[in-house]
Ligand binder design. Sequence first.
Ligand code: ADP
Length: 438
Amino acid sequence: MNEEKLLELDKVGQSYTSGARTFVAVQDVSLTVQAGEFVALLGPSGCGKSTLLRVITGLQRPTSGAVLYRGRLLRGVNPHATIVFQTFALFPWLSVVDNVEIALKARGITADIRGPRAVELLDRVGLDGFENAYPRELSGGMRQKVGFARAMAVEPELLCLDEPFSALDVLSAESLRSDLLELWTSGNIPTQAILLVTHNIEEAVLMASRIVVMDKEPGRIIADLANPLPYPRRRKEAAFVQLVDQVYGLLAGQTQPEHIEAGTAPGEAGRTRSLPPIAIQDLAGLLEHMNVVATPQIDIYQLAGDLALSLDHLLSLLDAVELLGFATIVQGDVTLTPLGKSFVEAGILGRKELFAARIRRLPIFQWLFALLRAAEPHQLEGSVVKAALELEFPPDAAERQLSALVNWGRYAEVLTYDDSNELLALEPEMAGADLSVA
Ligand code: ADP
């Protein structure tokens, strides 16, 4: 295929304003997509994948930077790009064929051509025989195929797929991935390039010719990898596994020195490290698993497979164990630290004590303790703490931080929270304690 430049993002930035604060959702994203490329945009939730898709399709104008399509500045909706969403909204009162015809009608195609063309598109995605069925009669995978047929009816040059397989069961997702790959590699569709948004690493390695890896806070590109593996790709092949492993390593990052990992307190200069939204029992489960595995260093890819965790869940847990100093991550391998081992091997109370000692070192907890100590009688309404957190985090993130502070603080027995009056308080022994870090 030719190497025509279709899409070009030049230093695209997207900020959202909430009250007096501005939050950077996407920072300085530069990306070019050429004809013939199948690009996977991969990253954890919140790294700005959907924002970028909206910007690319012209549904949203970025705060800074430029979007060019075929060298021209994009103004308004991009007529050359179409999005297939996670769950494609079919019209339930229209038959399958009518659901596809409606897209052809919108393009001004005459009635005599529309019918046969819709049937042909449905045939191409493997839905012949179901033309007259209604969406409710179809499985999730089949409905998504109608979505693909409808997207193709638009004949987009750039087909954007927003996690199109994530709402499907494992088998339907796998068969739909093969069907899409077959359509793409056969060159039977007018689509010139595909941009697949996903947070499934194996899916990206299975399908894409290029993998763009993003990270969050702020959303940005951290790597852009070519995937030269020939189709059909096999998940068990060494080169496949190696690439998956490499991407896990990129996403999990490297453990930084403690003062950098811990971040700063809200309101202070520097980045406040957000507490990952995890359940303490999951964190304990992960550490227990690591403690019984024979090798001291464990491949993150291996860990994901052993524990069958979603990427987001695994990255959040790794974030938490790093933050607490229970494990370190170096080049895609995670290693339990002596502190992590002590935690796993301690009893219930011993674990709580160790956990409490670790969170007392974190600037965000020190900040919260100081707020509560300054209050009389050492308690505050959750909404007051949330408002204070909003100086640093967007409102939805502030809510999640409050809930993480409460969960971690309750487990460590340093905080109490009363759901009935929403009062957050220091445990009595903490109220008078010396809060400086030992
Ligand atoms: P992803 O698709 O990778 O999960 P999003 O593009 O949805 O990421 O979001 C990126 C960041 O921008 C997140 O922190 C999210 O909370 C924030 N965000 C997205 N849309 C809005 C909006 N309309 N207003 C405020 N913040 C938003």
